[in-house]
Design a binder for this molecule. Structure first.
Ligand code: PEP
Ligand code: MN
Length: 352
C-alpha cells in the first residue's frame, strides 16, 4: 500500500495533531459551546459523534442527521475542520453531503469485515482523510485488512487510531493499550499517520494525560481526545470527557520529544520490552494456577507429583520449539527447569 502522509491546514507537525470534541453531538448549544471553547484554545480539528455505536440499546444512540448542520456551523464560525464517525454507507452519504472534513471508522465496525467492505465501497471517490480505529480485539491483521479494503476502494489519505483493545480482565483501563500492535503497524507502513485516543483507552479523566504522554513518547503523531463543555452531564462517556480548559492544560503539559534524537527510539523499544515482560509475568501466573489444579487432581487420584517422563518430554519439546524460534537450547532449558521447579513446589503445597 502506498499511503499518503496526512497533512491538516493550520497544523505544523512540530506538535502532535489534536482532534478534540465531545463523544457525541447532543444539542446545537452543546456542540457550539464546546467548539467555541476549543477553538479559543487553539484546537484546529473538532470531533463529535453523530451516530453512536452503543453496547446496549436504550442509551443515547446519537442525534443522527439532525446534528450535521451544527457541525457545518462549527466550521463556519470557528474555521475548525470537523470529524465524525461513520459506520454505514448511509452515514457516509450524509456526512459527505454535510461537508464533514474527516471521517473515522469505529472499533466495532473495523472488527466486521462485511461492514468494512460495504463502507469501503461507499467511500469510492471520496478524497478526505479516513481514520481507522483499531478493531475491538487485538488482531493486527484485521486492522490491516480494514486499511486494505479502503485502499482497494481508492482511499489514499488514511490514518489510524489506537483506542485500546477489549479484554476480559479489566485492569485500570477501559480498553487495554497494547502499544506493540500500533507500533508494528507503523513499522510496516511508515507513511501511516498514527493517532492515540487516550479517552477510550483510559475510560477515566485522570488517565487522559498519562496515556497521551505515553503515546507521544512512542512517537504517535496525533491525539484524539474527548472534550465536553459540561462533561458530568454528557449523554455518553461522561467519565472520560474533560473540559476544554482541562484539555488545554493537559496539552500544555505534554512533553514533545525531539524527533531528531535517536535515543527516543530506545524509549519506544523499552516500553515494548516492559509490555512483553508484563505479558510474560501474566502467563507465568496463569501457568502456576493450572499447576495448582493439576496438583489437586493428582492428590484426589493419589498420583505422584513428579512424573519423570513428562518432565523430560517438556524439556526436550520446548527446547526444540525454542530452537525453531531462534532461541538457544540452553536458555530455553534453563527457563523451563526454573518453571518446572516452581510448579513442583506449587503442587507440593496442594498435597500438604
Ligand atoms: C468514539 O470515538 O466515540 C467511539 C465510539 O470510539 P470507539 O470506536 O473507539 O469505541
Ligand atoms: Mn466516546
Amino acid at each position: 500500500m502506498k499511503i499518503e502522509k496526512l497533512t491538516f491546514p493550520g497544523v505544523d507537525g512540530k506538535r502532535p495533531v489534536i482532534i478534540a470534541g465531545p463523544c457525541s453531538a447532543e444539542s446545537r448549544e452543546q456542540v457550539l459551546n464546546t467548539a467555541t471553547e476549543l477553538a479559543a484554545r487553539g484546537v484546529k480539528i473538532f470531533r463529535a459523534g453523530i451516530w453512536k455505536p452503543r453496547t446496549k440499546p436504550g442509551g443515547f444512540e446519537g442525534i443522527g442527521v439532525e446534528g450535521l448542520p451544527w457541525m457545518k456551523e462549527v466550521k463556519q464560525r470557528t474555521g475548525m475542520l470537523t470529524a465524525t464517525e461513520v459506520a454505514t454507507p448511509h452515514h457516509v452519504f450524509e456526512a459527505i453531503k454535510a461537508g464533514i472534513d474527516i471521517l473515522w471508522i469505529g472499533a466495532r465496525t473495523v472488527t466486521n469485515p462485511f461492514a468494512m467492505q460495504e463502507l469501503a465501497d461507499s467511500l469510492k471517490g471520496v478524497d478526505i482523510p479516513i481514520l481507522v480505529k483499531n478493531p475491538v480485539n487485538p488482531d493486527l491483521e484485521l486492522w490491516v485488512g480494514a486499511l486494505e479494503r479502503l485502499y482497494g476502494a481508492g482511499i489514499r489519505q488514511m490514518g489510524v487510531i489506537h483506542r485500546g483493545f477489549s479484554s476480559y480482565e479489566k485492569k485500570i483501563y477501559r480498553n487495554a493499550p497494547l502499544w506493540h500492535i500500533p507500533i508494528e503497524l507503523k513499522r510496516r507502513y511508515p507513511e501511516l499517520t498514527i493517532f492515540c485516543d487516550p479517552s477510550h483507552i483510559g475510560g477515566k479523566r485522570e488517565l487522559v494525560a498519562p496515556l497521551a504522554q505515553q503515546a507521544l513518547d512512542l512517537k504517535f503523531e496525533g491525539l484524539i481526545i474527548e472534550s465536553h463543555c459540561n462533561p458530568d452531564c454528557a449523554l455518553s462517556d461522561a467519565a472520560q470527557q474533560i473540559t476544554p480548559d482541562v484539555l488545554d492544560y493537559v496539552l500544555k503539559m505534554l512533553v514533545v520529544r525531539d524527533n531528531t534524537q535517536t535515543s527516543e527510539n530506545i524509549g519506544a523499544l523499552r516500553r515494548q520490552i516492559d509490555e512483553i515482560d508484563d505479558q510474560l509475568l501474566s502467563l507465568l501466573a496463569t501457568r502456576m494456577k493450572v499447576s495448582k489444579e493439576i496438583g489437586a487432581y493428582k492428590k484426589e487420584n493419589n498420583m505422584p507429583i513428579l512424573q519423570t517422563g513428562r518432565y523430560n518430554d517438556i524439556l526436550e519439546n520446548r527446547a526444540k520449539k525454542g530452537q525453531n524460534m531462534g532461541l538457544s537450547t540452553d536458555f530455553v532449558t534453563n527457563i523451563m527447569k526454573a518453571i518446572h521447579e516452581e510448579s513442583v513446589k506449587v503442587q507440593m503445597e496442594v498435597m500438604k
